[in-house]
Design a protein around this ligand. Structure first.
Ligand code: ATP
Length: 442
């Protein structure tokens, strides 16, 4: 008898299904081009999703660039000279092992389906072959090989190719970093787990250039820094861990790498990668372009090609992690509620202002209160549905505080602040509301 085989289950873990449904219902994310049947590996971000992503990007940029004096920013193009990708090794090596089901001809990544058969028809797989993940397109009107270019599969090559320009323009000296955020494209063989693995995604990458002898020290530094950053977004520390890459996982030029992993509903998986890349990229571009990409240290009077430590993380994967980590189903006084316990610094809405009923006077006061808070916090005004339903909606989108204007307000000039997590209600005067919110929100 054949060995028992694990089947490829198309079903997602229940938590993922619930999240995808919440994400769609509340406007975090939904399938791209859904009315045409969707496109696998491509997702759109709705109103709350955009805000959450911008908060993630802002937090990254603030930590990695603005609050440091050794990192500067860059925005390079999504399409670069095709020789970039030859020199970087992507044309030759940016491949995944591809297998095909012999019966139905569906394709899979070999390392994702090892030892399994295809569940739908029991078919066996072919031997793996290498499949390049870069999307190809053409520049200009001629569709021949001389016009062929690639959509970038990472942002990092921009930092390497522009290294000398940045060095000259800023007078930075190693150790220093160049950070970039932006779209990247990978023609993943098996995209999936909603926005975990996409074909079009958003990367945040920082290339940190160091004297060769300091590379391992900086790898150690950045893995701790990056782990700390995820904790600062409110992700539970016991769901995060650092995993060192084993020797056979490392790219041939890499001298060490760590993943920040998160315990997703489908198991521990990579959230962020931090890699020591040696002088591989700068040396490769120096050789291919004939341009000098070395650095002359005029204090020590020595010339060297800097080594690089790279933390790289996807906005989408951080977003998914934040949603999963914040998701709770709770029973309060016999009633079920779903809550996203977002950290207030990244919650799409920080304060919801709700009139208890649609009485004109309440609406007027509530709108005024919301306008007064708006310049300082991410606010939302809502007067639809019953107050209970509105609280439930705010819980589901992760709003940490709701301010309610009620029938007493006209008499006492006060409002009630309801806390999402403690479900407590405190009365404060409208005149002290802004300060009361500032005390609660970072
Ligand atoms: P894998 O082996 O899982 O395909 P990788 O190790 O090649 O991924 P890296 O190149 O290290 O991935 O990517 C750095 C980071 O970019 C990842 O930790 C992840 O946050 C994000 N990322 C990479 N690929 C994707 C993708 N297809 N969709 C969404 N995010 C991605």
């Amino acid at each position: 008898m054949a060995e028992p085989v694990e089947r490829i289950e198309p079903r997602q873990p229940p938590l993922m299904e619930k999240l995808v449904s919440l994400a769609k219902r509340r406007g975090f994310f939904f399938q791209s081009s859904e009315i045409y049947g969707g496109l696998q590996g491509f997702w759109d971000f709705g109103p709350l999703g955009v805000t959450l992503r911008n908060n993630v990007r802002r937090a990254w940029w603030r930590t990695m660039v603005e609050l440091r004096d050794d990192v500067v920013g860059l925005e390079s193009t999504l399409i670069m000279h095709p020789r970039t990708w030859v020199a970087s090794g992507h044309v030759e090596n940016f491949t995944d092992p591809l297998v095909e089901c012999k019966t139905c001809h569906q394709r899979f990544r070999a390392d994702h389906v090892r030892g399994r058969v295809h569940a739908e028809d029991g078919g066996e797989f072919t031997e793996p072959r290498r499949f390049n993940l870069m999307f190809k397109t053409f520049v200009g009107p001629a569709e021949d090989s001389s016009a062929q270019v690639y959509l970038r599969p990472e942002t990092a090559q921009g930092q390497f190719v522009d290294f000398a320009n940045v060095l000259n323009a800023t007078r930075m000296r190693p150790p220093f970093g160049i950070a970039q955020m932006g779209k990247a494209f990978r023609n993943e063989i098996t995209p999936g787990n909603s926005i975990f693995r996409l074909r079009e995604f958003d990367l945040m990458e920082m290339e940190y250039f160091v004297p060769p002898a300091e590379e391992m020290r900086w790898l150690d530094y950045w893995k701790e820094e990056r782990l700390r950053w995820h904790v600062s977004l409110g992700i539970r520390p016991d769901k995060l861990r650092l995993r060192a890459h084993s020797k056979d996982e490392l790219a041939h030029y890499a001298s060490g790498a760590f993943d920040v992993e998160y315990e997703f509903p489908f198991g521990w998986s990579e959230l962020e990668g931090i890699a020591a890349r040696g002088s591989y990229d700068l040396s490769a571009h120096q050789q291919a372009s004939g341009r000098d990409l070395s650095y002359f240290d005029d204090l020590k009077r020595e010339r060297y090609v800097p080594h690089v430590v790279e933390p790289a993380v996807g906005v989408d994967r951080v977003m998914l992690t934040l949603l999963i980590d914040a998701y709770r189903e709770e029973e309060v006084r016999g009633e079920q509620r779903v809550v996203l316990r977002f950290h207030p610094s990244i919650a799409p809405v920080q304060v919801a202002v709700l009139p208890l009923s649609r009485k004109e006077q309440l609406i007027e006061t509530a709108k005024r209160v919301e306008h007064e808070l708006r310049p300082y916090f991410r606010t939302e005004y809502d007067d639809t549905q019953s107050i209970g339903k509105r609280y439930r909606r705010q819980d589901e989108i992760g709003t940490p505080y709701a301010v309610t204007v009620d029938f007493e307000t006209a008499q006492d000039q006060g409002v009630t602040i309801r806390s999402r997590d403690e479900m407590t209600q405190v009365r404060v005067p409208i005149s002290g509301l802004r300060q009361a919110m500032a005390d609660r929100l970072p």
